[in-house]
Design a binder for this molecule. Structure first.
Ligand code: SF4
Ligand code: SF4
Length: 379
């Protein structure tokens, strides 16, 4: 039976986090994965330049505590690596490490920050994708430790253990996957292939302060006071759904992992640690996009017409609030359909080509892109 550990972690104090990480290691028997001499890569969520208080990225103190636990076990070759949204360059990484608090943390804790922007092609035996380009520090590690942030996500519903691994794909190769897998279910199924390729040994969740609403970058921080951990990222995501009261079918990576029989149902997962805390989080606000979900209840013969109507008129669309737009071009850079243009330092979307992937919404640094529900669905 897969185990998932939950530990009360009220804030980011190092002593609380050290104690929480040690509890996770003991409860899950994680020491069996670890021995001196291993080359370990820590994979946090560093989506964009945001401060730790904004709850968009993994808090540096959680990464620090995992690093200290590894050092205690004689592991000294520890690298922090992620390919954030946008460009994967030394300049972009430097800015993100600094703003996200990772630069200070790494210097203090003796963790190496990755500046190698190369990647390796890895051939897979997975269902949808035959090869992935994976950033070097992840491809070359003996062991990958995934350290995600608990967030809602406009496209996939949940950003947990599986979704966090999308940052193993280098830079602007990520929008290419959005374009290749335009349908959110297919995209989420591709993420399962990616998870099967990266195979993180351990996944930690920073749910001390999480993000609710229009995540992964435009939601609101919410104090949830927990850390979670598991060896199986699929089981972990099932537990995250239960924690935030999200229906499993709305978390598309969870839905895909059930379809592939990679995840156990919630009742078959053993919760250890402060398991009663599974009922501690109330009223988690869902993303605006999680409102269109009736097509699957229609008979098969009605579904293609219903899908057409849904795509055309009912799927929430990204809307740019031009008074907030600073003309940085990040949305256009990350748009897989190349359907955003800048005019006089303001961004404009040509909706004819928009595939509703919400990458633009995700990458806008000033939250100028909102996800707007159809008037037909607004109450
Ligand atoms: S405009 Fe935004 S939602 Fe539409 S395809 Fe481009 S990035 Fe995706
Ligand atoms: S909408 Fe946001 S990301 Fe796009 S140009 Fe304006 S500020 Fe930049």
């Amino acid at each position: 039976m897969d185990k998932v550990s939950i530990i009360t972690t009220e804030d980011y104090s190092p002593y609380l986090l050290d104690s929480a990480v040690e509890s996770h290691f003991q409860l899950l028997g994680l020491d069996s994965f670890l021995h001196p001499g291993l080359r370990v890569t820590l994979k946090p969520n560093l989506l964009m330049k945001r401060t730790p208080a904004e709850a968009t990225t993994t808090h540096p103190e959680v990464v620090a505590a995992v690093g200290r636990a590894l050092k205690k076990r004689g592991i000294t070759d520890i690298t922090l690596a992620d390919s954030p949204g946008g460009l994967y360059t030394v300049g972009a990484l430097t800015g993100i490490y600094k703003t996200c608090g990772m630069a200070d943390m790494a210097q203090r804790e003796g963790v190496q920050l990755n500046y190698d922007t190369g990647w390796q092609e890895i051939t897979t035996q997975t269902q949808r994708v035959t090869k992935f380009n994976i950033i070097n520090p992840v491809a070359q590690a003996d062991l990958v430790i995934n350290i995600c942030k608990l967030k809602t996500h406009c496209m996939t519903g949940l950003s947990g253990g599986v979704k966090n691994l999308f940052g193993c794909v280098p830079g602007l190769q990520k929008p290419e996957f959005h374009y290749r897998f335009k349908n959110a279910d297919e995209f989420s199924d591709m993420l399962i292939d990616l998870c099967e390729t990266v195979k993180p040994a351990i996944t930690f969740v920073d749910a001390v302060v999480s993000m609710e609403g229009d995540g992964p970058s435009s939601g609101n921080p919410i104090h949830t006071g927990l850390t979670l951990c598991a060896a199986n990222p699929y089981a972990l995501d099932v537990v995250l759904c239960r924690l935030i009261r999200m229906e499993e079918k709305q978390a598309l990576t969870v839905k895909a992992s059930f379809e592939r029989k990679l995840a156990l149902y919630y009742d078959d997962i053993e919760l250890v640690g402060d398991s009663q805390k599974i009922n501690s989080v109330a009223n988690f606000r869902m993303p605006a996009t999680k409102s269109v979900d009736f097509n699957t209840r229609l008979p098969n013969w009605m579904q293609s017409a219903a899908n057409f109507i849904t795509d055309r008129w009912l799927v929430p669309k990204p809307v740019i609030h031009r008074n907030q737009c600073i003309g940085c071009g990040k949305c256009a850079e990350s748009c897989p359909a190349k359907t955003i243009a800048l005019h006089k330092r303001k961004a404009y979307i040509n909706y004819q080509n928009c595939i509703k992937c919400y990458c633009c919404h995700e990458m806008c640094p000033v939250k100028a892109i909102h996800v707007k529900r159809s008037k037909l669905l607004s109450s």
